[in-house]
Design a protein around this ligand. Structure first.
Ligand SMILES: Cc1ncc(COP(=O)(O)O)c(C=O)c1O
Length: 351
């Protein structure tokens, strides 16, 4: 690409990354065909251990999407009909949908203007006797304020779930996101920081009991064949995806460092070209930038066909259920003015 004109470029392209590891992926694909075991095998077991080590937790359970990782995590915590779960007022639909899918009510909290993450100062006023958990989303790859969230959760005896779908590789004072909550969910959707070649997700936790429940729940409530000990789903991360993820995991730390450098470089190019008229979210030095996000309040990007992550806030979803609106001025502002700029590994070196 022409670094001086990044806006002329396609929004997202996964090919440069995959081109660099194509041989390894192909060899693995071939080895798996030779072995012909596709579900709950050695690749998954190895990936789960390696990803748990990467995040710095004892247990990882591979599942088939980030949404399932959230649903299974909430179910393992015993969240059910009538419970309330605190969520950020601005996030991808899946965070909200997981809560609704287990029968609970999502209670949205406004987000911080600097990074669109949940504002811990606004949580306490929305805690009720029905509140059971807080879901913290690390939006765009920026860690939410976990120390503050954990402190509130401790004070009110609430569970904490991290939605780490967008921030794999991010840290807070050296501790990886996905290791702070009682149980945490991530997505391996192909565009994510650690993306599969299809759908995938994982749960990470240090709690042996929660891990065992999740392991059963992802496989028809069973860990030994035809012995169904609870209700469950078919939500397994398959061998092929686990094998591909193991290859990509080896490069993840390097890729996250590249993402940090690239985000800083592109933000300065965009600012120069567009006379600082965009307000970029603040990427912390330990973020794992996933989406290059800004507010375009002047509409200067309106002639470019760029996506928004996201053109809605939780109030819009609540309208679907007939739930009263919450006061979410910052979330509403993001929903109205947020724009994502072209950003992916290989964007600069590409011809
Ligand atoms: C914040 C967030 N949570 C949850 C998900 C759900 O992940 P998946 O698409 O793998 O179900 C995503 C991504 O799609 C996401 O960005």
């Amino acid at each position: 690409m022409d670094i001086k004109n990044p806006l002329s470029h396609t929004f997202y392209d996964l090919y440069p990354l995959h081109k660099s590891i194509k041989r390894e992926l192909e060899e693995k694909f071939s080895a798996i065909i030779d072995r012909s075991q596709f579900i709950l095998g050695q690749e998954l077991e190895n990936f789960e251990q390696e990803f748990a080590d990467f995040i710095g937790v004892k247990y990882c359970i591979g599942v088939n999407s980030g949404l399932d990782a959230l649903i299974i995590s909430l179910k393992a915590l015993g969240i059910e009909h009538g419970d309330e779960v605190i969520v950020p007022g601005f996030t991808f639909f899946a965070t909200w949908l997981a809560v609704v899918n287990v029968g609970a009510i999502p209670v949205p909290i406004d987000v911080r203007p600097e990074d669109a993450n949940i504002d811990p100062q606004k949580i306490v006023e929305r805690i009720s006797p029905k509140t059971k958990a807080i879901i913290a989303v690390h939006l765009y790859g920026n860690p939410a304020d976990m120390p503050a969230i954990l402190e509130i959760a401790r004070r009110f005896s609430l569970f904490v779930v991290e939605d780490n779908a967008q921030a794999v590789g991010a840290s807070i004072l050296g501790q990886k996101t996905g290791s702070f909550g009682h149980i945490n969910a991530t997505s391996f959707y192909p565009t994510k920081n650690l993306g599969a070649l299809g759908d995938g997700g994982a749960i990470t936790t240090n709690d042996a009991l929660l891990a065992e429940k999740c392991r059963k729940m992802r496989n028809y409530g069973s860990i030994s064949k035809y012995k169904h000990e609870m209700l469950g789903f078919n939500s397994r991360l398959d061998e092929l995806q686990a094998a591909f993820l193991r290859i990509k995991l080896k490069y993840l730390e390097t890729h996250v460092t590249e993402r940090r450098k690239l985000a800083a470089q592109l933000i300065s190019v965009y600012n120069e070209r567009l006379q600082n008229q965009l307000t970029f979210v603040r990427y912390s030095s330990e973020a794992a930038p996933h989406i290059l996000s800004c507010l375009d309040t002047k509409g200067i990007l309106s002639s470019y066909e760029l996506p928004s992550h996201y053109p809605y806030c939780i109030n819009d979803f609540h309208e679907l259920l007939g739930i009263a609106k919450s006061y979410l001025p910052v979330a509403e502002k993001f929903a109205r003015f947020q724009v994502s700029l072209p950003f992916y590994l290989g964007i600069i070196s590409e011809a």
